[in-house]
Design a protein around this ligand. Sequence first.
Ligand SMILES: [Zn+2]
Length: 75
Amino acid sequence: MYLHRRGYDAFDCPFLNDRELLGCDSCGLLEDVDITGRLITYKSGEAVFDSGMRFEKGEGNTHVCPVCGAPAREG
Ligand SMILES: [Zn+2]
């Protein structure tokens, strides 16, 4: 059983080799990957359409929401 095989990436996406998809609990901005493997962001509850915004790298391994500035959560 290798359920937690090191280095395995469920999305097999070059953009996401180093981290999980991000989301913001504060305003609902979510990251996703479209069928071409491109990273997009959209607002939870709205149409899945790339908003063009990207989570910004904060200190250390953290990311910050580009909409409201709240710390993003992974996964
Ligand atoms: Zn936000």
